[in-house]
Write a protein that binds this ligand. Sequence first.
Ligand SMILES: O=C(O)CCC(=O)C(=O)O
Ligand SMILES: [Fe+2]
Length: 204
Amino acid sequence: MYMYLDGPFGTPLFIQSLEESGAAAFELMNVRTALNVARVVSGYQFVDQAEHYGPRSVVQHFSSCEEKDIPMESPVRNLSKEVQNLILECLKEHKINPKKVFSKPLEFNDHLILKYSRHKVGLGAHRDLSKYINLIVSITLRGEAQFNIHDAPDTPSKVAWYANPGTAVMMRAPGFRWSEDRPYHSVTCVRKPRMALILKQKMR
Ligand SMILES: O=C(O)CCC(=O)C(=O)O
Ligand SMILES: [Fe+2]
């Protein structure tokens, strides 16, 4: 049994941050735990991605391992379940009806692991596809970068965090508070090659 969550996360304040700026960040687990997960998943199959993506030609400097290439018994899946439970427990503890927070029951069913190389811009400002609902959680497993939230793809960031091993950034996605809002975000200043695990809920 993996033990992952060292907090501090447990106040429903994240809901307020998600409503106000579209995102929230917190220390999810200690550095050593994050690095242990990174070590296990670094052996998975990663595919180098093109330097530009989509109609707006968003810059990206990473290789990726998608859901289908993550084994069923991966620590990624334990971690994902623990984060999901942590969020739901937090709502329960504070007597917040999850139906008022999520339009569909929260269930992370799609995972993505990214390995960034050192670059000034790791991933340009973009919004995730609207088929990813409720919440998106990005957990830094290794390395160091800056995670930014923007009002528009071409405006400077309005919120930014240093993402270090163990840091989790949550972003609202369609369905959160029954709204379609989803923030623009980017990853910059990749000072040390960064590995991130992204938890998503694909609408079925
Ligand atoms: O690397 C991250 O933390 C974010 C990745 C991201 O925004 C995406 O995959 O759409
Ligand atoms: Fe994204």
